[in-house]
Design a protein around this ligand. Structure first.
Ligand code: NAD
Length: 273
């Protein structure tokens, strides 16, 4: 498993992790246990997913030592002005005494409290209860504001990113500012993307599934990826992507699939509390 260095205290993040969005608590326990068995060491949850307890049970039920795990959770939108307490509640549900990465889930521009939330995350980080802090769904404007008002850029920004929505400008902005790009819905939620004829061609050429081709594309771009599946065979399939390389022509062929269409919400208008 390849790891990437975050700009905070030399913390390393495994480049491929396991997402649990929309997985009910009990099922999350089973899915995370299967993922740990398959070799995943990085788990991505959030308060709003309602499965931090199931994730915690899976972690405790596994024999992987805590220091080998990388656990991410996220601050929900209605908690921007009570981030320290919300963090403690997440920690208690997970049954952990620290998490590796804590993210502001959405900026929520209409509420305009994310700078305050970022300051609270910095203070949780200074206490040593989280190894690194970052954000999710931020635009360049929001990131620049955090920098200007607090002097500290997030170490990572988790954004929607897949071959149909490639986020070239955000990736360039991140690179210029030492921020890692983490791709959510990296498989485009599996919908039409994995049946795209261009991916079928590559799948036949490399003897890999379309999901593996897409994950390999992300890894070669330098993205952190957190594919989700609750199916044991797919959980294994999605981590079996470290033993082949897409050549530059094929990277370009996937690059040509961009249609700039989001699946999820637009951060500029996502103001749900
Ligand atoms: P994804 O792109 O990982 O797609 C998951 C779906 O793809 C599965 O439900 C399944 O239907 C299909 N799939 C998975 N593996 C497959 C395979 N090998 N072959 C065929 N089909 C396969 O979508 P996602 O769950 O939306 O995103 C991944 C993770 O990103 C989430 O679980 C969550 O942790 C994170 N996320 C974060 C945000 C955010 O706002 N920060 C938003 C959405 C998701």
């Amino acid at each position: 498993m390849n790891s990437l260095m975050l700009n905070t205290d030399g913390v390393q993040i495994p480049q491929l992790g396991f997402g649990v969005f929309q997985v009910p608590d009990d099922e999350a326990e089973r899915a995370v246990s299967a993922a740990l068995q398959a070799g995943y060491r990085h788990i991505d949850t959030a308060m709003i997913y309602g499965n931090e307890e199931g994730v915690g049970r899976a972690l405790r039920g596994s024999d992987v030592p805590r220091e080998k795990l990388f656990i991410t959770t996220k601050l929900w939108n209605s908690d921007h002005d009570r981030a320290e307490r919300a963090f403690d509640e997440s920690l208690a549900r997970l049954g952990l005494d620290y998490v590796d990465l804590y993210l502001i889930h959405w900026p929520v521009p209409a509420q305009d409290k994310y700078v305050q939330a970022w300051q609270a995350l910095r203070s949780i980080h200074a206490d040593g209860r989280v190894k690194a802090v970052g954000v999710s769904n931020f635009t360049a404007e929001g990131l620049t504001r955090l920098m200007n008002e607090t002097g500290v850029m997030p170490s990572i920004n988790q954004i929607e990113l897949h071959p149909y929505f490639q986020q070239r400008e955000m990736r360039a902005f991140h690179e210029a500012n030492g921020i890692l790009t983490e791709a959510w819905s990296p498989l485009g939620q599996g919908k039409g993307l994995l049946a795209d004829p261009a991916l079928t061609v590559l799948s036949e050429k490399y003897h890999r599934t379309p999901a593996q081709i897409v994950l390999r594309w992300h890894l070669q771009l330098g993205n952190v990826v957190i594919p989700k599946s609750v199916t044991p065979a797919r959980i294994k399939e999605n981590i079996s992507v470290f033993d082949f390389i897409l050549d530059s022509e094929d990277m370009a062929a996937i690059g040509a699939l961009n249609s700039n269409k989001r699946i999820g919400a637009d951060p500029d208008t996502m103001n749900m509390l």
